[in-house]
Design a protein. Structure first.
Length: 241
């Protein structure tokens, strides 16, 4: 079963990692969103990709050095603002979407607080927590054995089943967007042990139609993209062809 994962929401159309982008993703048929979390200066969890943001009148400022009230007031494109993590959880629960949650500035305390938020929202079974360090992914699974986890698998030459086993990941994010020909790695020989291990796969974020078609043909279950409307159309076409 394919799932469309809207990378930072429908970010090809709306400002990324905003409530507008997530609503639009739901409107065009995405089953999940992917987002990035950070901690404010007063220990609140917000959704934002970059380590810093332009604060009007003061220049570039680190997200971690600004309190929540200040962050929520910073204007983004199209009148949007940085959302609180709990507001995104509420929206996704209302719209029936799951979430891939990527840790940017990982700490054990942040991971535990994120798990608490997800549990309180009743969204644990609808969220997948992931990151690029095996020890971080391992910590999440150790802290909450029922959590779904994913390792951000950037080096295609590393044994995928071994790295997943080491960090107790349930799946892999194939973070190969910078590879010149990423589909070339998806050979039957590569897939065989991955499927035998029962690992679920999420693609790199892909917006090129020929490569999206290739990912669908290869059977990558979770299709990550800035353009969920395009991915939805291609998946629906493949289902009827």
């Amino acid at each position: 079963m394919y799932r469309i994962v809207a990378h930072r929401g429908a970010s090809i159309t709306a400002p990324d990692n905003t409530l507008a982008a997530y609503r639009l993703a739901a409107d065009v048929g995405a089953e999940m969103i992917e987002l990035d979390i950070r901690r404010s200066a007063d220990a609140q969890i917000v959704v934002y990709h970059d380590v810093s943001i332009h604060l009007p009148g003061e220049g570039e400022q680190a997200i971690a050095r600004l309190p929540l009230d200040t962050l929520l007031e910073i204007p983004l494109d199209s009148g949007e603002h940085i959302p609180r993590f709990e507001d995104v959880l509420t929206l996704c629960d209302e719209r029936g979407m799951g979430i891939y949650i990527e840790f940017k500035d990982f700490t054990e305390r942040l991971a535990l607080d994120v798990l608490d938020c997800v549990r309180e929202a009743g969204m644990l079974k609808h969220c997948i927590l992931f990151g690029a360090r095996p020890d971080h992914v391992f910590f999440i699974k150790q802290a909450e054995p029922q959590a779904q986890t994913c390792f951000s698998y950037r080096q295609a030459g590393i044994d995928p089943t071994l790295i997943a086993k080491v960090c107790r990941a349930d799946g892999l994010n194939l973070a190969w967007e910078d590879y010149p020909d990423p589909l070339a790695w998806l050979t039957p020989e590569w897939f065989a042990p991955v499927r035998a291990a029962g690992l679920r796969l999420m693609s790199w974020h892909e917006e090129r139609e020929p490569l999206l078609r290739g990912l669908i043909a290869a059977g990558i279950e979770d299709l990550c993209t800035n353009d969920p409307a395009l991915a939805r159309r291609l998946v629906d076409e493949a289902a009827t062809s």
